[in-house]
Design a protein around this ligand. Structure first.
Ligand code: ARG
Length: 455
């Protein structure tokens, strides 16, 4: 393709380090779309003859058919997807194929293809995230009133509902979808027509190709167009944050599934057994969702590192942009799919969760709040009195709600029987009516909000 000024073929090692077709053949559909748009624009602007354009478009259709049927010869000798397509086009239609690359370089071609691919990937994540949110919403609605312990430091803190806990993830995944949408909107500009780096002397119409490829406008600087990969990085940043959320939920499923917690089980088809220990039921899918985070976050680091010291404009380093992005999105596709399946299939042991919600002095804050409300104690003082009550209950081996009134009155003589009403986990949850709080009607209201947002 560029042999004119060369008299020797590339060394085997040159070929080995240079070849990228094994990776970038995944861009074939985007490459054909970009070539079609470019070809039509060249003909519309009179830069190439309509007859040549027709031959090119016909050849591209044949190539698409070959790729879809598996008959297309992807060849290492042609380095990447762009040259493989062009070489095949030449075999199919002969000389007119050579006119397609007028006013174009692989530099603007590859970044156009890649932008289109990443744009689709972002759209796909948004759809998948919404699917996961819907699965969470359905489960949250089922369990809007079911108690579980809320934790800080993984120590029992205050009772919450399972619905409230699941809705926390609906919020997170909503922001994740928003990040993909933001990244998509920012990346949706057309680099095609930047050519090698400086633009083109031909009367090309970059608005026309932008429109055909669904971009909002042409990019405003040809150097920037061929040399930045921030769109890919931004999608990896969004992926990394999303993977972090998935990993936290995965971790909770793993913990909740241990017999010591016994909060949830997963059905046979989403767990695995052990080859030696017959009793085992392992949450492998959750563990792998948690582990995929490593690849995804690693991809962001890999691509940032590739990009960080490159002078403008294109450098071949940028060919290394694709493996991390493909790897990250493959991992995220799987992680989102697996998490959605697990959320839909989780079988909570609501009795065990409710029992745990009431254990561990989880309503101690409610006692302190009662002392503030009813006896007008300063909160710090109430905190101290409650701490003493917990200490006493612990010594007697009872829960706060079972602590005799006389013991409470020994701490403050004004305590009455009424205090016991706030010491149950049900009352604790129901009392947290602040917006976004864990009271079941609050949780149901937020579920309703999200249903509207996702409708
Ligand atoms: N395969 C190359 C890549 O992915 C295409 C661009 C090649 N451009 C060049 N000037 N060698 O980056």
């Amino acid at each position: 393709m560029w042999g004119g000024r060369f008299s020797a073929k590339p060394a085997e090692i040159m070929q080995a380090i240079n070849v990228s077709i094994g990776v970038d053949q995944r861009l074939w559909a985007q490459d054909l779309a970009g070539s079609r748009a470019h070809c039509r624009m060249l003909a519309a602007k009179g830069i190439i003859e309509q007859a040549d354009a027709d031959a090119i478009l016909g050849g591209l259709d044949t190539i698409e058919g070959e790729i879809r049927s598996g008959a297309f010869p992807f060849r290492d000798q042609f380095e990447d997807i762009h040259m493989n397509v062009e070489a095949r086009l030449n075999e199919l239609i002969g000389e007119p194929s050579g006119r397609l690359h007028t006013a174009r370089s692989r530099n603007d071609q590859v970044t156009t293809d890649f932008r289109l691919w990443v744009r689709d990937a972002c759209d796909r994540q948004i759809v998948q995230l919404q699917g996961l949110q819907r699965a969470l919403l359905a489960r949250a609605e089922q369990h809007a009133g079911d108690l579980m312990p809320g934790f800080t430091h993984l120590q029992t803190a205050q009772p919450v509902t399972l619905g409230h806990h699941l809705m926390a993830y609906v919020e997170m995944f909503g922001r994740d979808a928003g990040r993909f949408a933001d990244a998509r909107a920012r990346m949706n500009e057309n680099p095609l027509g930047a050519a090698a780096l400086a633009g083109s002397p031909f009367p090309i119409d970059r608005h026309m190709t932008a429109k055909e490829l669904g971009f909002d406008r042409p990019m405003g600087n040809s150097l920037d167009a061929v040399s930045d990969r921030d769109f890919a990085l931004e999608s990896l940043a969004a992926s990394s944050i999303c993977a972090g959320h998935l990993s936290r939920l995965a971790e909770e499923i793993v913990v909740w599934m241990t017999p010591m917690f016994g909060f949830v089980t997963l059905p046979d088809d989403l767990t695995t057994g052990s080859s030696i220990m017959p009793q085992k039921r392992n949450p492998d899918a959750a563990e792998l969702v948690r582990a995929k985070t490593g690849r995804i976050m690693g991809s962001f680091v890999a691509l940032s590192t590739v990009m960080k010291g490159l002078p403008l404009a294109y450098s071949k380093d940028m060919q290394e942009d694709k493996p991390p992005v493909f790897e990250a999105f493959d991992a995220l596709d799987l992680a989102l799919g697996a998490m959605t399946a697990m959320v839909a299939a989780l079988q909570p042991n609501t009795q065990r969760m409710a029992a745990a919600a009431g254990a561990g002095f989880s309503t101690a804050t409610d006692l302190a709040d009662w002392l503030v409300r009813e006896l007008n104690l300063p909160f710090r003082k109430a905190h101290h009195v409650t701490g003493a009550a917990v200490k006493k209950a612990e010594a007697l081996g009872v829960d706060l709600s079972q602590l005799p009134l006389a013991e409470l009155q020994a701490l403050d003589a004004r305590v009455t029987e009424a205090v016991y009403k706030v010491l149950t986990p049900e009352a604790s949850c129901a009392s947290r009516q602040s917006f976004g709080g864990t009271a079941p009607d609050q949780v149901r209201a937020r579920i309703a909000d999200w249903k509207t947002r996702l409708a």
